[in-house]
Design a protein around this ligand. Structure first.
Ligand SMILES: O=C(O)CCC(=O)C(=O)O
Length: 504
């Protein structure tokens, strides 16, 4: 026991094996009864759990449930000693500083410490830190740690102790978000324009020029990926042994699939790999850039261009929380397998629950995707500028105009390709972005954040002489026309009364 824990009056674990087996049997029976009760509860509170939902290892309840039984029923505080004064998130931050061995010892100290020290995200960090992507996921991060580790930790997770009467909003929310099914009302709204057989001219005039999202149907029907990548066996044969970037680690695709099949967590690891074509050229020949996005002026930078294409693979529940795409580029995102729910806000509307820093260098979205739906989705209901939403299915492509906020959640196991690009419609935006004074913090996907503006500008001048001047002139003319229109309206409206009236 580390000395730091001595003042806490900790209890040691009873190691009597027979007793333990009996207790476990009893607990299992109790758990089954409680799970039956839970199912009834869940139906009545209006949320549905994933069918793959893990039976709870602990019976953690939200604090509100204490109203029914009184605060003394909560076993949290007595079991934590002096640390009971800390809020759950701070306590978990502290525990994240411990090693696996220390966590294991702590978990034997009391039922409260057992709950905290076995909190699976703590073990996820340990696994990723110690084994990077070289692990075989075995259903929970804690058991994965023990099966990957050769060291003998004192507490093997082979048995699970059911803890009752533990109340915590933080831990309950974390469990709920990992196991909650998307509610039908979160998926119902589909207000994105859908187009099939759109001409290039229409795409530019109706969507790219006015910077509006669109869902394109039927424009990737000829992609071999649509037939080949949907077969997991094929992908595993082609590149099961290749390591792809999944969150903070590099993982063999085969191991990633095994992980994705079993995982139930709030923010699953997500394959998002910008070098997939270089790693597996065969993947590059599985798709072709759709007609609308062929012009990509960043290609003048050759090898020096910022990252621009990604293969995206993830299980249901994985996804991307609210962000704006890098370097003021626009993007397209094509679903090859599965389906994705999209929520998009125009550049001038910061989504509820999102806090960008004033210089735009950082976006804080403190909640997970599911939590965003639970806590903020409803807030947009009565907004004048409601988000653009859709479910994008296999074979469909979403156009994401530059500057638009977007959140995406996979509704099933999904595979997609996304590319960010610069056409002449957003060339000036991108150049402006790259030369911002804090470019060294803002620019992403390249190691040369400071010089990229000069390099890009001069490469464009060489490849397309006069284009920047021509586009600048066009933009100035457009702006002058808009200002004229505006000053006309200003002259005929009375802005002080909120409405407008004709003065002629
Ligand atoms: O998770 C996804 O498919 C969305 C990806 C995305 O938002 C992006 O690449 O900017």
């Amino acid at each position: 026991m580390p000395s730091a824990f001595h003042p806490l009056n900790l209890h040691t674990k009873n190691n009597n094996k027979k007793k333990r087996r009996k207790t476990i049997q009893k607990q299992q029976q109790q758990r089954e009864e409680e799970e039956e009760e839970e199912e009834d509860d869940e139906e009545s509170v209006g949320f549905e759990l994933k069918s793959s939902c893990s039976s709870r290892t602990h019976h953690i309840q939200p604090l509100g449930n204490l109203l029914l039984v009184g605060p003394s029923a909560n076993i949290r505080n007595p079991g934590l000693g002096s640390l009971h004064v800390l809020p759950d998130d701070i306590l978990l931050d502290l525990l994240s500083l411990l090693s696996a061995k220390e966590l294991s010892i702590l978990s034997t100290a009391s039922r409260s410490f057992f709950v905290f020290a076995t909190h699976d995200p703590l073990w996820r960090s340990l696994v990723l830190r110690e084994f990077q992507g070289d692990f075989v996921f075995s259903g929970s991060w804690r058991s994965t740690y023990f099966s990957s580790s050769s060291s003998n930790c004192p507490d093997s997770p082979s048995s699970t102790i059911l803890v009752n009467n533990f109340y915590s909003d933080y831990l309950f929310q974390s469990w709920l978000c990992a196991n909650l099914k998307m509610k039908p009302e979160w998926l119902r709204r589909d207000n994105i324009p859908r187009r099939r057989g759109l001409s290039m001219e229409e795409f530019v005039r109706c969507f790219e020029e006015p910077n509006k999202p669109v869902l394109l149907e039927g424009c990737i029907d000829s992609w071999p990926a649509l037939r080949k990548w949907t077969c997991r066996g094929h992908l595993v044969r082609v590149c099961g042994d290749v390591k792809f970037t999944a969150g903070p680690v590099e993982m063999k695709l085969d191991s990633y699939f095994r992980y994705a099949d079993k995982v139930k967590e709030e923010r699953p690891l997500y394959v998002f790999d910008p070098k997939f074509v270089e790693k597996v050229p065969e993947l590059g020949s599985g798709y072709e850039v759709p007609l609308y996005f062929k012009e990509d002026m960043f290609s003048v930078l050759g090898e020096e261009r910022p990252d621009f294409r990604w293969i995206i693979i993830g299980p249901a529940g994985s996804g991307s929380s609210f962000h704006v795409d890098p370097n003021s580029t626009s993007a397209w995102n094509a679903v090859i397998k599965g389906s994705k729910k999209w929520v998009m806000f125009p550049p001038e509307v910061v989504p509820p629950g999102v806090h960008p820093s004033p210089d735009g260098a950082e976006v804080a979205c403190p909640v997970s995707i599911t939590e965003w739906f639970m806590n903020f989705y409803g807030a947009c209901e009565n907004w004048k500028k409601r988000p653009v939403e859709c479910v994008c299915k296999a074979g469909e492509v979403v156009f994401v105009p530059n500057g638009w906020w977007h959140l995406v959640i996979n509704l099933e196991d999904s595979i997609a390709i996304t590319q960010n690009y610069v056409s002449r419609r957003n060339l000036l935006n991108v150049l402006d972005f790259l030369k911002k004074p804090n470019a060294s913090e803002l620019v992403s996907g390249t190691s040369d954040r400071v010089n990229i503006h000069c390099k890009f500008r001069s490469a464009i001048e060489t490849a397309f002489p006069g284009t920047i001047d021509k586009l600048t002139l066009e933009a100035q003319t457009k702006m002058a026309t808009q200002q004229k229109k505006q000053s006309f309206w200003n002259s005929v409206t009375d802005s002080n009364v909120g409405g407008f009236k004709f003065s002629f």
